[in-house]
Design a protein around this ligand. Structure first.
Ligand SMILES: CC(C)(COP(=O)(O)OP(=O)(O)OC[C@H]1O[C@@H](n2cnc3c(N)ncnc32)[C@H](O)[C@@H]1OP(=O)(O)O)[C@@H](O)C(=O)NCCC(=O)NCCS
Length: 184
C-alpha cells in the first residue's frame, strides 16, 4: 500500500499540494530548520537570523537542531530553547520571556478528529499553545494542543502535558499531574 508523503509538523493535506506550498515547505526545512538551525550558527545569534526572515522571535537563545514548523511561533526575550526541541506551529505557539525548554521537548498544536476504523486520523484540527513567562520545561516533555501553562510553572522531564495549569504549577508524569504544593 502506498502512503502519501506528509510534511513534518504540518496538518495533513490531500495529495497534490500546490507548488507554492512545496516551495514554502522547502524554504522552511532547508533554510530555517536546516541552515539556520545548524551548529555553524552560534546559539546566541540564531534569533537574529529568524528575526531577519520575519519570525516573531525576541532576543533569545536557540540551540542547534530546534525545529520551528511555521511563522506562528512567538519566542520572548531571554528564553532558552535547548537542542532538539520541536515546535509544530500548525496553530499559534506563544512562548513567553525567560522560559527554558529542555532538550527534545515537543510542543504540538495539530491533531485530528477521531475518524472511522478506515482512517482514525480524520479531519485536521489545530489549537494554540501558550507557555507563559518564566516557565521551566524539562527535557523530553510533550505539550499537547490547546494547553496553557501559567507563568512560573515547572514541568518535570519526560512528562506529557494534556491540559492547562495555572501559574506556578509544578507538574510531572504522563499525564502530567501537580506534584507537591504549588510554587511561590
Ligand atoms: C521536576 C523536577 C524539577 C522536580 O525536582 P524536585 O522538586 O527536586 O523533586 P524530587 O526530586 O524531590 O521528586 C519528588 C517526587 O517526584 C518524582 N519526580 C521527579 N521528577 C519527576 C519526573 N520528571 N517525572 C515523574 N516523576 C518525577 C520523584 O520520583 C519523587 O517521587 P516520590 O516522592 O514518589 O519519591 C525534576 O525532577 C526534573 O524533572 N528536572 C528536569 C531535569 C531536566 O530535564 N534537565 C534538562 C533540561 S534543563
Amino acid at each position: 500500500m502506498d502512503f502519501p508523503e506528509r510534511s513534518t509538523g504540518r496538518a495533513h493535506s490531500p495529495a497534490g499540494d500546490s507548488m507554492k506550498h512545496e516551495i514554502r515547505r522547502i524554504a522552511r526545512d532547508v533554510v530555517l530548520n536546516g541552515l539556520f538551525s545548524s551548529s555553524i550558527v552560534p546559539t546566541r545569534w540564531r534569533w537574529r537570523l529568524y528575526n531577519f526572515i520575519g519570525l516573531p522571535v525576541q532576543r533569545s537563545y536557540i540551540a542547534p537542531g530546534v525545529f520551528l514548523g511555521s511563522r506562528q511561533v512567538f519566542v520572548g526575550a531571554g528564553t532558552f530553547l535547548n537542542s532538539g526541541c520541536f515546535i509544530d506551529g500548525a496553530a499559534q505557539v506563544r512562548i513567553g520571556a525567560n522560559v527554558s525548554l529542555g532538550m527534545r521537548t515537543m510542543v504540538i498544536t495539530g491533531t485530528h478528529k477521531l475518524g472511522s476504523s478506515a482512517r482514525r486520523a480524520d479531519e485536521s484540527v489545530s489549537m494554540p499553545v501558550t507557555i507563559e513567562d518564566g516557565c521551566w520545561i524539562g527535557a523530553n516533555v510533550t505539550i499537547l494542543p490547546g494547553v496553557t501553562l501559567g507563568r512560573g510553572s515547572v514541568v518535570g522531564a519526560g512528562s506529557v502535558v494534556t491540559k492547562s495549569y495555572p501559574p506556578n504549577s509544578k507538574l510531572a508524569g504522563s499525564p502530567a499531574r501537580p506534584m507537591g504544593v504549588p510554587l511561590d
